[in-house]
Design a protein around this ligand. Structure first.
Ligand code: 13P
Length: 608
């Protein structure tokens, strides 16, 4: 079995840019332009990776499936140590990732693809996504296929602009077609020869496989599509069912890294474990949730909390108003530039955005990771003023269906109120309440990871209170010690887990308000002394601070870096309050509410 791949071997260089640095110039229309003369020896990008791209990806996938393939006109081969090539590829492509978004830049002219008419027999000719064929090459392919009637042709159709390629379709036994391609030539080929690919779905006839695109950091859509098509094609040749082929392609795009697609045996074992296979992605999801310079929006107010918020502004607490309000937040222009993830409440996760998608799907399609609050609120311990968090009953089953819906992380909040006796001795939180709540947090985190969702563990020292910043530091440290002990006991993978925590700050009613400098220094100190360095990240709640206070205090904390973990915001009130006050339940205020919301998002991203 021999396959001839026709396409261009490229070298892709991924530069994850630090968008704050001065090699960007902003024009009068606020468009950022990259100054390409920047000095790369300075730290202007977070990381730099390079890999073979284009036809090389196809070759790698086919080789890892155990198939023998060659690229027309190239000596590139894949060994167990990766791609090997005597000649460097002629085309370099730079993939610049700024603010989480890729853009592409090809400094050398895009080469046309050379097709050398083979002297050998090939079972398949695979016209790769990277092929840039001129009329002469197309004619040579036609001539070869005419002479070699047993050779099957497979064509990847990226767009309908290359009309020369369209002339090959009638001879193709399999066509990969990206969504949105509308060539009249497509109607003449049987649907049994067509596989449709998009970033969220692979489909063939009435079978389809949903994809979770969480790979904005390493796998841009360039290699994504090549891996998908080559895996499906390879699996068809190997005699796999359509269903299995689509699933193995999903495993490959969701788990591959640069120059490291997966061998067949690994794809098969991942597929056999699905949905548990998603566990392998947990660390990646956790780190994508805290990618700089963005945060996480908490929009997970339960029925009771949103009711109180609406009531204060005389907004009727109806299903429609709750939907409209969340729709306003999530459709704020460029939300994806400010947040990596959004935490939803169950009702919201099921509600529909204006475009008819569920909010879960809507956020996913904007490359924002949707998450879900899974605790079921607070309940008093028997005969006590202290609370524990409910929600472990049936949690595993709820998480399974949340995973199916596309939710990829979860949140569970424990709340601790600070009170004193007459001699100013701390009465609550008691050791019992701390231990018990941390045990529940760890139990929840473990169940989350077993079901493929990243847990956010949130122990909150409630801001309402008469306590000093010193007591806040002591208590926060004590709670964190207990929490990480319990997480360790339950063997929770900290690299796939996030901490959401209060800033260290004097209680709202304490006689002396804390300054930002104090908050920054004390919070940094407590975290550095009580949080293990292998945790995936730390995010802050705002707790009832004003929006400006929360931003200033976040900035003050960050000044005390570097930290061993990424740090960012996950505010609810400090992001949403100005928007809610501007909206007032009236959709004619949507634009000003979105502007107010975007201003808070921007202010917080600026300090990261
Ligand atoms: P606040 O930022 O309003 O404190 O809310 C964060 C949160 O998610 C509380 O669970």
């Amino acid at each position: 079995m021999h396959i001839l791949v026709v396409g261009n071997v490229l070298k892709d260089v991924y530069l994850n840019l630090d968008s704050r640095s001065d090699h960007f110039e902003t024009d009068q229309n606020s468009i950022e332009w990259l100054d390409l003369s920047f000095n790369a020896s300075e730290h202007h990008f977070f990381n730099r990776n390079s890999s073979f791209g284009g036809a090389a990806v196809t070759l790698e996938v086919l080789s890892k499936l155990g198939l023998s393939a060659t690229i027309s006109g190239s000596s590139l081969s894949i060994t167990k140590d990766g791609p090997s090539n005597q000649q460097p590829p002629e085309t370099y492509r730079y993939i610049l990732i700024s603010n989480g978004k890729p853009c592409y830049f090809v400094p050398t002219a895009y080469q046309s693809t050379h097709f050398e008419t083979p002297t050998d027999f090939y079972d398949y000719i695979f016209i790769d996504r990277s092929a840039n064929l001129n009329d002469t090459s197309i004619n040579h392919i036609h001539s070869y296929l005419n002479l070699s009637s047993n050779t099957k042709l497979v064509v990847y159709l990226q767009n309908s602009k290359n009309t020369a390629i369209l002339s090959l379709l009638s001879r193709a036994s399999l066509v990969f077609c990206e969504n949105n391609v509308t060539a009249p030539e497509l109607s003449s080929i049987s649907t049994e020869s067509l596989v449709h690919l998009s970033e969220t779905n692979f489909s063939y006839l009435d079978l389809s496989e949903k994809i979770s695109p969480q790979r904005i950091d390493v796998l841009t859509h360039l290699s994504f599509y090549s891996i998908a098509a080559a895996t499906i094609f390879g699996c068809f040749i190997l005699g796999k069912s359509v269903e299995e082929s689509l699933k193995l392609a999903k495993m490959n795009v969701e788990n591959s890294t640069l120059n490291a697609t997966l061998p067949l045996s690994q794809l098969e074992s991942l597929a056999a474990e699905t949905p548990n296979s998603a566990i392998n992605n947990l660390e990646l999801i956790a780190s994508n949730l805290v990618l700089k310079p963005k945060g996480i929006l908490a929009a997970d107010e339960s029925g009771g909390s949103i009711h109180k918020k609406f009531e204060k502004l005389n907004i009727p607490d109806t299903y429609e108003n709750r939907r409209d309000y969340r729709n306003l937040l999530f459709t704020t222009p460029n939300l994806e530039n400010y947040v990596n993830g959004v935490i939803l409440f169950d009702e919201t996760a099921h509600q529909l955005a204006d475009n008819g998608e569920t909010f879960t799907e809507f956020l996913t399609s904007k490359l924002i990771i949707p998450g879900i609050k899974v605790d079921q609120g607070l309940e008093n311990f028997p005969d006590s003023t202290e609370t524990f968090t409910k929600g472990l009953d049936g949690l595993s089953n709820r998480l399974k269906s949340y995973f199916e819906m596309g939710l990829r992380f979860a949140k569970w909040r424990a709340a601790f109120n600070v009170t004193y006796d007459e001699s100013q001795k701390i009465v609550t939180p008691s050791d019992y309440a701390i231990t018990e709540n941390c045990r529940l947090l760890a139990e929840y985190a473990s169940i989350c990871q077993n079901n493929g969702l990243v847990p956010i563990v949130e122990p909150e020292l409630v801001y309402d209170g008469y306590y000093s910043i010193e007591d806040s530091a002591t208590l926060t440290g004590k709670i964190l010690d207990q929490l990480f002990q319990k997480l360790k006991d339950k063997q929770v993978n900290l690299r796939a887990c996030l901490l959401k925590v209060n800033m260290v700050i004097a209680g709202k009613q304490f006689s002396i308000a804390s300054t930002s400098d104090e908050i920054g220094a004390k919070t940094a100190d407590v975290l550095k002394n009580h949080v293990p360095s292998d945790l995936a990240g730390i995010v802050f709640l705002s707790g009832g601070q004003t929006p400006e206070q929360a931003t200033d205090n976040l900035a003050a904390i960050i000044k005390h870096g570097p930290f061993p973990w990424p740090i960012t915001f996950s505010f609810a009130r400090a992001l949403q309050d100005p928007a809610l006050y501007a909206w007032k339940g009236d959709n004619s205020n949507t634009k000003s509410a979105q502007d107010a919301f975007a201003a808070r998002l921007q202010a917080n991203c600026n300090v990261l």
